[in-house]
Each structure stands twice: as structure tokens, then as C-alpha cells.
Write a protein that binds this ligand. Structure first.
Ligand SMILES: [Zn+2]
Length: 205
């Protein structure tokens, strides 16, 4: 078992129906481990040093990990949704109760780093959410957005929310949605074992 890129542990435990998916020590899943393994060295504050994560996993992933690297870290989630899956978790490490389409707690260009993984596909008006992410990202800052999509499908399709609350199947037009809002967009496919995540690294304009 490879070392967890966040904490170094080689122990894994099952996570829901996925065997040996979670780090036994820090809880990081494949998607958090590949982000740190492949993009982590570049996560060095160079501007305001402020980071906003949307719907983080736990107090360490990524809050504790990023604070240890000099970031001023805040997190946002929807209390009502969070409390149903993680009772009591919200007040432990999440600062803002807000919908991604309305980040009114944040001023324009407030954050140098945004992290969002597997959230956009749950948001009804995902284009409004992208508008907000672009608004609060400082010029030259980075938004790391992990969004499942298929470039073989031209157009994004709405679907009935599945058991994860996912309501969009993103197609190739997602790339245009991102490019119209950020100065640069780079797609990286990051893998660990059977898992592959699609990470858009977007630069603020
Ligand atoms: Zn770990």
C-alpha cells in the first residue's frame, strides 16, 4: 500500500462500499491523496494566502494540512445537507453555511486558492456556482476543481438526482464554461489504483 500523501500512513480502511479507500489515520480518500501527491508541491501561498474549500472531508483534510503549509484556511458547506450525513461535523471545522451559487460572505478576489471536489454535479444552477467561484478567486490564484465529465459527450445533461444527489452529467461543454470564467484552464487526470479523477486547475483572471 503506498503511503498516504497527506500523513504518511500505509493503513487503509473501507469507505462505504469501496474497499481500502480511506486512509486509516487521516481519513483521506483517493481524490484527496492524488490531489496532494500530484498538485501539493505547488500549493505554496504566493498572494493573499487565503484558501476556501467547498465541502471538506474533515478538519485535517484539507484544513489542517494546508494550515501547516502557511495557508489561512476557511471552509463552506450547506449545514442542512451536511448535518444529515455528518451530524455535529459542521460546527467543528466549517466556517460558512452557504449555497455555492451565493457566496455573499466573500468579497471579490478574496481567495488565492479554491478547492472543490465532487460538488458541482450536485448544484442545480452550476453555472451560477462557477460565476461565484470565479468572482472570489484572486487574479493569478488557482481553483482546483475536480469535476467528473465526459469529453465524448458534447452537451451537459440534467438527470434526476441519484443517491449521491448528483443531478448533472457533464459533457465537453463544461470546458467552455470554465474557459469563459478563468484566465487559464488545465485538465489533469490523476489516478491511484482503480480510481481516476478529472482535475481542472483554473487560474483567476
Ligand atoms: Zn492519511
Amino acid at each position: 500500500m503506498p503511503e498516504c500523501s497527506l500523513c504518511g500512513s500505509v493503513e487503509r480502511v473501507d469507505y462505504h462500499d469501496r474497499q481500502q479507500a480511506a486512509c486509516a489515520a487521516c481519513g483521506a480518500l483517493e481524490r484527496q491523496r492524488v490531489l496532494v501527491r500530484h498538485l501539493g508541491d505547488a500549493l505554496v501561498p504566493g498572494g493573499s494566502g487565503r484558501c476556501l474549500e467547498i465541502a471538506p472531508l474533515n478538519p485535517f483534510v484539507f484544513g489542517g494540512w494546508l494550515r501547516a503549509r502557511g495557508w489561512s484556511y476557511e471552509a463552506v458547506d450547506k449545514r442542512r445537507l451536511r448535518e444529515s450525513s455528518d451530524p455535529g461535523g459542521f460546527d467543528l471545522f466549517i466556517n460558512h453555511d452557504a449555497d455555492l451559487t451565493d457566496l455573499r460572505f466573500a468579497r471579490a478576489a478574496q481567495f488565492e486558492l479554491l478547492i472543490l471536489q465532487h460538488v458541482l454535479e450536485e448544484v442545480g444552477d452550476y453555472r451560477a456556482a462557477l460565476d461565484e467561484l470565479a468572482r472570489v478567486l484572486e487574479p493569478g490564484g488557482r481553483a482546483i476543481l475536480e469535476i467528473p465529465f465526459s469529453d465524448a459527450v458534447p452537451a451537459t445533461k440534467h438527470k434526476r438526482a441519484d443517491r449521491y444527489g448528483n443531478r448533472w452529467t457533464f459533457g465537453a461543454d463544461l470546458c467552455a464554461d470554465l474557459r469563459s470564467r478563468f484566465a487559464a484552464v488545465e485538465l489533469q487526470r490523476l489516478a491511484e489504483g482503480p480510481y481516476t479523477g478529472q482535475f481542472f486547475v483554473c487560474t483567476g483572471r
